[in-house]
Design a protein around this ligand. Structure first.
Ligand SMILES: [Ca+2]
Ligand SMILES: [Ca+2]
Ligand SMILES: [Ca+2]
Ligand SMILES: [Ca+2]
Length: 526
């Protein structure tokens, strides 16, 4: 294949091909060697390459790229007076000297990720200290960004009631309704005593001292009975407040409670609602308190969920600041086989251009989710992006559990994400050997085509739980349902009856032809 100055995968090539070289998508889409095709095709390839470069300038998640913090906004919200640092291979003396000269004191560490959370005991700004640390050769240094739950106010305009039918859940339940799979809700806390949630709690058996399957006072013996580094963590952990109780109050924890209900409110128990799964083990990992949570706490929460056996995590939160700490935690999740489902964000923006993390991290286990309404339209608040947002799911007027035995409606990509996390768990119950990337690809390919989403998400449609399960259990209907997405920004097509297109083509020929013809002439036949 023509070597491109940016690293794109075969799939990406077909994607750009479809976008820019009308009528040639089939050949390119098959990923064949284009070296021995006609000059015309080669020229067209040059043009679409340039077009892709100019208009996209990046790579899709199909190829995992190096995470780069340099292009991110510097004005994001972060914890004042704190930095996250990986000292890399510096010697102990060098580290001590850096800490002394910059007046830094270590508060906490995550050994798995080799990251320290440091407090700045001087008047220097966070940005100043980060730059000073980078100057002294640390592996990375960054602010401890604040993440927020991806919830929007329950505006009456969005207020529609509809159920799980939209994603074909009833047919999916004919295959599997739930089972022994751990799904971590990394969020605010969740009311784990809710009558419609309590039966589906993950229970850390070694910490359940009285062995009654419930987190109660008798379990609080002050001992880390399972030796996982956390004392009395029976149903999860609260990293926001550093306690084993992942629930603080109805006001603080309604978001995580609502998300939990969509994934796994107890089904077929004669009360309230049901989640995507009737039966599941929900691990409650709280790091958000009040309006937000820090990256350090988020990273701790992710590592905890991975280390304690969660196969899927739901992450209905995010923010714009790029964080290596958070990225490394998501990568750790990937390396340990966790499907990381993340809300795309509620700022109506294109994540391909303005990244929203963790949804935009380029790892193969990340499933980024946009929100749709009862009519399969993109929710007005939802972020999108054909390269960085994978799928769409209902996220407007979602009825689910609230603390203290209550129920209510919320809107947001926060509410879309748990639909997808739930379906991912159903797929893993049907086939526990699926890799996170396989789960994501199945969710994308089996989505119901929705033309309006063709320019918005990679799936060009909304998830379909029934078809995804059919694919996993029978091998049928696994092929992509929707046409490849159209980024809608590639209007300048060579040969088009469009003066700009002709100008673009001529310019490309003048600038690149002499340089590119040489390799194009080389025969590649054997
Ligand atoms: Ca107990
Ligand atoms: Ca423990
Ligand atoms: Ca204990
Ligand atoms: Ca129920």
């Amino acid at each position: 294949m023509l070597s491109l100055p940016i690293s794109i995968s075969r799939n990406d090539a077909s994607f750009f091909c479809r976008c820019c070289v009308h009528g040639m998508q089939r050949r390119c889409g098959m990923g064949e060697n284009v070296m021995n095709r006609s000059i015309l095709l080669r020229l067209a390839t040059l043009v679409f390459t340039l077009c892709a470069l100019l208009l996209f300038g990046g790579v899709s998640r199909g190829t995992e790229r190096q995470f780069d913090t340099l292009h991110e906004p510097v004005h994001s919200e972060y914890v004042p007076g704190e930095v996250l640092v990986n000292f890399g291979s510096l010697t102990r003396e060098a580290i001590r000297s850096i800490k002394t000269s910059l007046a830094l004191r270590t508060l906490e560490q995550i050994p798995t990720l080799k990251v320290e959370r440091l407090v700045i005991e001087s008047e220097r700004s966070v940005n100043d200290v980060v730059l000073a640390l980078l100057d002294r050769g640390v592996a990375f240094a960054e602010p401890n960004y604040i993440r927020h739950p991806t919830l929007v106010p329950n505006d009456p305009d969005f207020d529609r009631l509809y159920g799980l039918e939209k994603i074909g859940i009833e047919a999916a339940w004919e295959v599997v309704t739930g089972g022994e799979i751990v799904v971590a809700v990394i969020d605010s806390g969740g009311d784990f005593t809710h009558p419609d949630l309590g039966g589906n709690n993950w229970i850390n058996a070694a910490e359940d001292i009285n062995d009654n399957g419930i987190f109660d006072n008798e379990d609080l013996n002050g001992i880390d009975d399972d030796g996982n580094g956390y004392i009395d963590d029976v149903v999860g952990y609260n990293f926001a407040e550093d306690t084993p109780i992942p629930y603080t109050s109805a006001g603080d924890d309604f978001h995580g409670t609502h998300v939990s209900g969509t994934i796994g409110a107890v089904g077929n128990n004669g009360i309230g609602i049901t989640g995507v799964l009737w039966d599941v083990r929900i691990m409650r990992v709280k790091f958000i308190s009040g309006a937000g949570g820090s990256d350090f706490d988020a990273a701790q929460a992710i590592v905890y969920a991975v280390d304690n056996g969660a196969r899927v995590s739901n992450n209905s939160w995010g923010g714009s600041g790029a964080s290596t700490t958070l990225a490394n935690a998501v990568k750790y999740a990937r390396d340990n086989g966790m499907v990381f489902v993340a809300a795309a964000g509620n700022s109506r923006t294109n994540n391909d251009r303005l990244s929203f993390y963790p949804a935009a991290y380029p790892y193969s286990n990340v499933v980024a989710v946009a929100a749709t309404d009862a009519n399969d339209r993109l929710a007005p608040f939802s972020n999108y992006g054909v390269r960085t947002v994978d799928v769409a799911a209902p996220g407007v007027g979602i009825y689910s559990t609230f603390p203290d035995g209550e129920y209510g409606e919320l809107d947001g990509t926060s509410m879309a994400s748990p639909h997808v996390a739930g379906v991912a768990a159903l797929l893993l119950l049907a086939d526990p050997d699926l890799t996170p990337k396989e789960v994501r690809d199945i969710l994308v390919n089996t989505s119901d085509p929705i033309s309006a989403l063709g320019t918005k998400v990679q799936a060009a449609g909304r998830i379909n739980a029934a078809r995804a399960l059919e694919c996993v259990t029978t091998g049928e209907n696994c092929e992509r349902q929707a046409p490849l997405p159209d980024p809608g920004r590639c209007g300048i097509v060579p040969g088009a009856s469009n003066p700009a297109g002709l100008f673009f083509l001529l310019l490309t020929l003048l600038l690149f032809l002499p340089f590119r013809l040489l390799p194009l002439r080389l025969p590649v036949r054997r």
